[in-house]
Design a protein around this ligand. Structure first.
Ligand code: UN1
Length: 496
């Protein structure tokens, strides 16, 4: 059985607690993917110490040189893509095309960061006084604590680690306990690429101990977190107390609107992929389908027919459409929401139960589930379920569709299917979300554009592309006065 250790100061070491935990395959819980360190606060503090010690060195390495190491690491991911995707499917349960996509997302992020090494643009601007320059630089911040989720076990750590390192910060990564193997492989690729020891550290263990220790350690200057709104709000609270910079990427309750002019087959492809891809476990997943009444009956019929024929099973089998959910607790939680949905009066159209019998008995499988007659105030219309559960709404107009779409506390992704240009334009204007797709599903953001949401989806930051560098840098403003006199801003005026 493969035992993974923590990576601290360039060494793979056991946790000070002497304890470990198992990482099991959600499609077959008899299979142990690896054994990981159940670390304590002391391990986190040692990792932060190592990161702090290396910071003065790493920030002095010119950005294009830091970038070279990231490029080499990314090339290693390219070489190992298939092997890494298979490992990820075993530890996480999403189907192979999706885990290949997850590794690819890390690759795209790595190469983007490589390019950024020769950009990291700042700006200059005229001074109000003569013989004086005013300019700015992006500076790294220090030790970054990255706390990452299990649904994108390599992509999301890469979104945080590559830009944080490129900008000159050092990092302590705490991956989700359900998927520590994929992130360990990312760390190994960086180690092999020649990243100096201590620049990136990796500590596994429970969020309540390892995550909390990162929050509380005064030397961690930035916390970047992707996960639930509940944990996000706790992080913001503690980090607020310690005045740390925090970037939060939290829940979603993403709608897809289908209007009468839409290409219905295309809209169907979109909603099935958006709602049941990754077994519905994306923060961008389509959890609400808003149908115009004119196409409602027809679309529901098409949807049920398609969902009935989804192949659910072993995610390593290339013909499978949907794998299991991540773990027992999550499956129970999904089922609890389904029960609430029924109790509150929504009508269960299909699914709504765990899958049992061959080949499901040793995994956390749940049937793709669709509710109709959902009212906007219902729990299943409001809360993020993070599973294969779709709530369908019937509306009379585009305005009502926007009203329903916006009537939630989240605002990550959104989508509309229409062939009417004006409707599409209005959707861009009206939908309250960080991302709006026209004739495409709510999932599938590309890594070189801003990624993030409004309202309770986050705290205003954007990962991805160039915007993520706002999270991992601080501005230094520089004034250079070469007038040889005392020039007082706001007081001395310029005269010819
Ligand atoms: C997430 O679910 O946390 O846009 C991220 C998408 C993916 C990223 C999802 N590229 O669906």
């Amino acid at each position: 059985m493969k035992v993974y250790k923590n990576y601290i100061g360039g060494e793979w070491v056991e946790a000070s607690t002497g304890e470990t935990f198992e990482n099991r395959n959600p499609a077959n819980w008899d299979e142990v993917v690896g054994v990981f360190q159940k670390s304590g606060k002391e391990d986190v503090y040692r990792a932060v110490e190592a990161a702090k010690k290396m910071y003065p060195h790493w920030k002095r390495v010119p950005a294009p040189k830091r970038a070279e190491i990231l490029r080499r690491a990314t090339e290693i991911l390219v070489e190992r893509k298939e092997e890494l995707a298979r490992l990820m499917t075993r530890e996480m349960g999403k189907i192979l095309p999706e885990t290949r996509g997850d590794v690819q997302e890390a690759i795209d992020t790595g190469f983007y960061a490589f390019g950024e090494g020769r950009r990291l643009f700042s700006f200059n601007t005229p001074s109000e006084l003569p013989n004086k320059f005013a300019l700015t630089f992006r500076r790294p911040i220090g030790v970054v604590g990255a706390i990452t989720p299990w649904n994108f076990p390599m992509a999301i750590p890469s979104w945080k680690i590559f830009p944080a390192l490129l900008a000159g910060n050092t990092v302590v990564l705490k991956p989700a306990s359900d998927t520590p193997a994929s992130s360990a492989e990312l760390v190994k690729a960086l180690e092999e690429a020649g990243l100096p020891g201590g620049v990136l550290n990796y500590v596994t263990g429970p969020g309540s101990i390892v995550g909390e220790a990162l929050l509380e350690n005064p030397d961690v200057r930035v916390i970047t977190f992707t996960g639930s709104s509940e944990v996000g709000s706790r992080i913001a609270e503690v980090a607020g107390k310690h005045l740390k910079k925090v970037s939060l990427e939290l829940g979603g309750k993403n709608p897809q609107i289908v209007m009468p002019s839409a290409d219905l087959e295309l809209a169907l492809d979109g909603v099935v992929w958006g709602a049941f891809g990754t077994t519905g476990q994306r923060c961008t997943a389509t959890s609400r389908l808003i149908l115009h009444e004119d196409i409602y009956d027809q679309f529901i019929e098409m949807l049920v027919e398609r969902v009935k024929n989804l192949k659910i099973g072993d995610p390593l089998d290339e013909s499978t459409d949907m794998g299991p959910v991540i773990n027992e607790k999550q499956r129970q939680n999904i089922h609890r929401y389904v029960e609430i949905g029924k109790k509150e009066g929504a009508r269960l159209l299909i699914g709504g139960h765990p899958l049992t019998g061959e080949p499901y008995d040793k995994g956390w499988f749940y049937a793709p589930t669709i509710f109709v007659d959902v009212e906007p105030h219902m729990t299943i219309a409001q809360e993020e379920i993070f599973g294969p559960v779709l709530a369908v709404f019937k509306v009379k107009s585009l305005e009502e569709a926007f009203e329903v779409a916006n009537n939630v506390q989240y605002g990550l992704s959104s989508s509309i299917y229409t062939r009417n240009l004006l409707e599409a334009m209005k959707a861009i204007e009206e939908l309250e979300a960080g991302i709006t797709y026209i004739n495409a599903p709510t999932i599938g953001a590309e890594t070189h554009l801003p990624f993030g949401g409004i309202k309770k989806t986050g705290n205003g930051h954007r990962e991805g592309g160039w915007t993520v560098y706002e999270i991992f840098t601080e501005w230094k403003t520089v004034y250079i006065d070469f007038s040889g006199t005392l020039q007082r801003a706001q007081i001395d005026t310029w005269e010819e």
